[in-house]
Ligand binder design. Structure first.
Ligand code: 7TS
Length: 424
């Protein structure tokens, strides 16, 4: 155990009985039983990269493809109407999930990366210029860094990066000091994918607004683990990926305040995003369609709606509680193993445990854990500045979902001990 993990351990001396019936929930996820890496039961702890899909979502996709598929917003024929209704129903499900005011504030995107690029192009390129400043933080995923760097290259804007401390917490005072009369945009992750830190986004949003700065929250690692209410947060933009929320790849959404979306430029040009086209002048469609050029991944968005229905029926509060207990137990178990260093020890964390096992390279840790059936991600997690901040080339990362169990944490801990023995 090191000093920084001690307070966490005190909180989690025994695993409390979760309110979730995890065994029943697990039965919904066929992949958890269909795959046996190296002949072992699968212990899937790579949920931050992508989570698994329950049968209910798989069934919804099958029903769509077997009974409902046609292109949307285009035909008067029955199938096109059914598909359009299903797609727009999914938009309503996302609106309700985020508690946005109106369906038109929800833009379907292929995920978080596309949503951030949409805002960079649609807002950033329209309204930022040379010398304007953008505030981000040191703990962002590359997809909330690189688009802003590209915008700076294109416009002459300047990127300002708020520091994090040794526990992986944002230094809010330093973040606030970056804001000034030149600040024109801010973008912050809700939950760090490499550290697990939950940012105090309500406070960060309020700071940005004191300077009249619109702010985007990257919710990729938040929506699978915490209830989110965009009206309550008062953020200007919020985005997430469906595939981290038990939904299909290629699904996701951007929430934006209607007044901002209306002022923004379209992201991509093409079909469906126009009202009329002549060679002299094209007028764009109303929001959200202005931002949804071309045929979208219709099935994926309908699957996302089903995934939202699934996790909402379980309840994000109960999910958060179970994962909180799981993370606490895992932190305690790993901190007991001499030589294990946990990277990211903020008091407020969600579902992510990044660690280092003595001198063993994380890639070797990941490979050997896989031999025990344990799937973790190793590498820089698309957050290289975080690795630089903690002076490590990479970490091994266990990331949890509501279908993970305390027994699986024990398998992880035993597998890590085995790695250590092998390298002793
Ligand atoms: N933002 C955060 C905080 C993320 O964790 C990720 C993906 C993204 C944005 C990008 O999401 P995408 O769906 O558009 O790719 N994070 C990870 C991860 O931690 N391991 O694999 C992908």
């Amino acid at each position: 155990m090191n000093a920084v993990t001690a307070p966490l351990m005190a909180q989690f001396s025994a695993p409390a009985a979760g309110a979730l019936d995890v065994e029943r929930i697990r039965a919904d996820f066929p992949i958890l039983f269909n795959v046996h890496p190296h002949g072992k039961p699968l212990v899937f702890l790579d949920n931050a990269a992508s989570s698994q899909m329950p049968q209910q979502v798989i069934d919804r996709l099958v029903r769509y493809q077997t009974h409902e598929h046609a292109n949307i917003h285009r035909g008067v024929h029955t199938l096109s109407e059914i598909a359009t209704d299903a797609y727009e129903h999914a938009r309503g499900q996302v609106r309700k999930f985020l508690n946005a005011r109106e369906d038109r504030e929800i833009i379907f995107t292929t995920g978080t990366t596309e949503a951030i690029n949409l805002v960079m192009q649609g807002y950033g390129r329209a309204f930022l210029g040379a010398g304007d400043e953008i505030v981000i933080t040191w703990m962002e995923h590359h997809s909330n860094i690189v688009p802003w760097q590209m915008l700076c290259e294109q416009t002459g804007a300047i990127l300002r990066v708020a520091p994090i401390d040794d526990r992986g917490e944002l230094i809010v005072e330093a973040y606030q000091q970056l804001f000034n009369e030149r600040t024109r945009f801010a973008a912050v992750t809700h939950v760090s994918n490499a550290l697990g830190t939950i940012n105090p986004v309500r406070e960060l949003i309020a700071i940005a607004h004191r300077f009249n700065v619109p702010i985007l929250i990257d919710g990729a690692q938040a929506v699978p683990h915490l209830p989110v209410d965009v009206q309550d947060l008062d953020c200007d933009f919020y985005c997430f990926s469906g595939h981290k929320l038990c939904g299909p790849t290629g699904s996701g959404a951007l929430y934006g305040k209607a007044a901002l979306l209306e002022r923004m430029r379209p992201f991509k040009g093409g079909g469906d995003m126009i009202l009329s086209v002549t060679f002299e002048k094209t007028t764009y469609n109303t929001i959200p369609y202005k931002f949804e050029a071309g045929t979208p991944p219709i099935a994926a968005m309908i699957g996302l709606g089903a995934a939202i229905e699934y996790v909402s029926a379980i309840g994000l509060d109960r999910i958060a509680q179970h994962e909180h207990e799981l993370l606490g137990y895992a932190t305690e178990q790993l901190a007991r193993i001499p030589g294990v260093r946990i990277i990211g020890t903020a008091p407020q964390k969600a579902a992510v445990l990044s660690f280092y096992v003595g001198d063993v390279h994380p890639h070797d840790v990941g490979t050997l854990l896989n031999e025990e059936g344990v799937a973790v991600r190793t590498g820089h997690h698309c957050a290289q500045p975080v690795m630089q901040r903690f002076k490590v080339p990479a970490t091994a990362r266990a990331s949890f979902a509501f279908y993970n169990t305390f027994d699986e944490v024990d398998v992880l801990a035993a597998a890590i001990r085995k790695v250590q023995k092998l390298f002793a």
